[in-house]
Design a protein around this ligand. Sequence first.
Ligand SMILES: *Cc1c(COP(=O)(O)O)cnc(C)c1O
Length: 404
Amino acid sequence: MKKTLDDIQTQESRFVLNTYRRQPVAFVRGEGPRLYDVDGREYLDFVSGIGVASLGHAHPGLAAAVADQAKTLLHTSNLYYHPFQAEAAGRLSALSGLARTFFCNSGTEANEACLKFARRYWHTQGAKGRTGFVAVQHAFAGRTMGALSVTYDEHYRTPFEPLLGPVTFVDPNAPESLAAAVTDRTAAIIAEPIRGEGGVRPLPKAFSDAIADVCRRTGTLLIADEVQSGLGRTGYPFHSQALGWQPDLISVGKALGSGVPVGAALVSERVANAISPGDHGSTYGGNLLATRAAAFFLEQLMDGGLLEHVKTVGAHFERQLRALALKHPVIAEVRGAGLMRGVDLRIDATPVIDQARQNGLLVNRTSETVVRMLPPLTIDALTIDRGVEILDTVLATVGAEVHA
Ligand SMILES: *Cc1c(COP(=O)(O)O)cnc(C)c1O
């Protein structure tokens, strides 16, 4: 018998650890930018599993590659050589200009690896006091102890202290404070080119220039956390390229496997030279399934015209959202780049998220007032228009309630 939403909710509430506040819907099937729930209702997916389903749902080419790999060989561990790791790593090198890749299983793990590699680098240089990190206010890097230490939100951090230290958070609106925060005890600066979970907040140009400048002057390593902003999401291979950064380390995840869990830390030659066997590792990291999916995604991105597509539809998306902002005074600001967009409201975004879903559009709330949108990179202009129309309808109702 087919499970109803009620069955699923009842079972989950008994057995699944209560770490998530879920919306009352369960999806069982997808196709391109569309999802279908247990009752067969269709939704436009402008969340794509938080920027993960980069090729949309049930992509035939990816499905064929994953099925073929499942029938052939899924996993052997890192005790042995792999047919697809270097294929995916070579493509990541070509996209980033960084020499080498370490594969892991999530964005958090990628950041964790970057933090370790940064400390390992200075340890090898004999600068054993360079262990600290400088991070940015409103940053999100993940929930494990290291990644959590460079995540800004007090709610995430406080119950789990003491965390890794020393970490200094700088205010991106005060670029002059960066030079003071970076000392001869700083291993690396870690920063998202556009803060995603923190509300789709681009870095002010003066601050992103200050990061590039202080790294150039002091040799401090730069870790670009591109887990959300990287791999085509903003219309660039990596958004740090748009900012003129030359990071030593880049973390990626989310889009890389298009739904198959995989993350990676990309590492410059000078940092790579400091790493030796045994310094880091992962049982699953870069297994055959994960790297086959990653190689497939990267091929679509680089040779399949996906990057150019994001530039075009991303510009279209921005025009539509700006037009929406002119119509609805409840919108305070439209932010982001490419297909990474945030609509910051003058009210809590929850009713907009809920009503959009009831009207068949999935969008996501972040930083309380922000409606975040990360549609599949394959989305077309007509589907964007349809989604923006639904938002238009919802904002008309919610906006009217605000003024009533
Ligand atoms: C999502 C995200 C992470 C964490 O990735 P997980 O795959 O959830 O571990 C880290 N950094 C940024 C910028 C993210 O958006």
